[in-house]
Ligand binder design. Sequence first.
Ligand code: FCB
Length: 481
Amino acid sequence: MDRTAFPPGFVWGTATASYQIEGATAEGGRLPSIWDAFSRRPGAIADGSTGDVADDHFHRFREDVALMADLGLDAYRFSLAWPRIQPDGRGGVNRAGLDFYRRLVDALHEHGITPWATLYHWDLPQALEDEGGWLERDTASRFAEYAALAVDGLGDVVSHWITLNEPWCSAFLGYASGHHAPGRQEGSRSARAAHHLLLAHGLGLDEIRRRSPAATAGITLNLYSVHAASGSAEDADAARRIDGLSNRLFLDPVLTGAYPEDVLDDLGETAWFADNVSGRDLAAISAPIDFLGVNFYSRHTVAAGAPADHAPTTDAAGFEARQAAPSAYPGSESVAFVGTDAPRTQMGWEIHPDALVDVLEMAAERAPGLPLYITENGSAYEDVVASDGSVDDPERTEYLRLHVDACGEAIRRGLPLRGYFAWSLIDNFEWAWGYTRRFGIVHVDYETLQRTPKQSGRWFARFLGGPLGRPAESALASGRG
Ligand code: FCB
């Protein structure tokens, strides 16, 4: 199988995020983000690490872009660090920060790779968190101002924009369980952060439309296919709740202009939403997008019951502390996440390629014909570096192959899937897991920062017809005989 089995124009790419790869957190006028602050909290990150250096992509981006060209990618999804472009979340643009992205984008264009820029992949300027962060409505206006600066600065060279990455994680891992920055535990009030994030999407989208009318713009959501563990009414209700909080709370306002009432009710937030969400908010949130980005990793099986029996398998902070931490599903604390016999990745996430088709259907039901992209999909496994420096990762390769296959199946079923971005180009700072989880199709040695394409990367290159996938040239490309 190779890319010729897919429609012409189907976009193949890889994805990354600023804080996870850039490093250079104090260079070029960048100020701290919530992740700089959170990662310094004792116990917040599994290996006590930070993104201070990460992959040093800030200095090595040319090498990384050359790797992308070797892989044969059409597109590269990356995120802009808000605290590089507008370091304290207010005021004019920081030229040095913007220039970094211009250099990156120029390098991409030199190699014929289309840049897909995400405006917000979780690195809120700490100055805005000090003023209340996403629990404050004003943060949405701050975001719109930042979006305007980014589009004014890069709109001539970037034509694909994603406003937010996975607002579910920002709201509920950030403000309910506290497993992610800013590490607050605000219970059901965290749903207000979800509204402010979605409002930020709407206001930011409007800035993109006004400043770059020809641009293609959308939002990326993490969607899960949610299954009840049994046919009982209690388990069905557990599934309704988790589907509501994970999927419908975001899909419905963006695609249909309304919040799901049952979810607000589960949260006990009906009155706040009635008092604080205007028709104008909903109009902005549901303004037409050109595509929906879907991040797909796994599926959930849930049951009514005590959560302590079954630790959730899906958020990125799974330490012992998790048991003590509040749920990332406020108002639905009694739901248990149940394991099935499906194989799992190192994250504990079950592998269900068929569920990729389910989540695309979920989106297509609400917005028939809207172009869909898988903007992230991938797996963590423990890598072993062989004595010759090579990294064979058969499990990650198989995960990738199965999910690429599932994309083919989605297209056969008539779903408007238009592209696939593998997570991730390179190993990186995996949030609360620090450097202990590797998702890259290219290995990074954190001592030397050397990049080495893994077997999965070579498989992808072969699939795409990239130089690294051609046996004779791959030796040259990797610099090894
Ligand atoms: C997603 C995030 C991405 C990465 C993957 C594994 O939730 O968007 O940054 O951490 O999970």
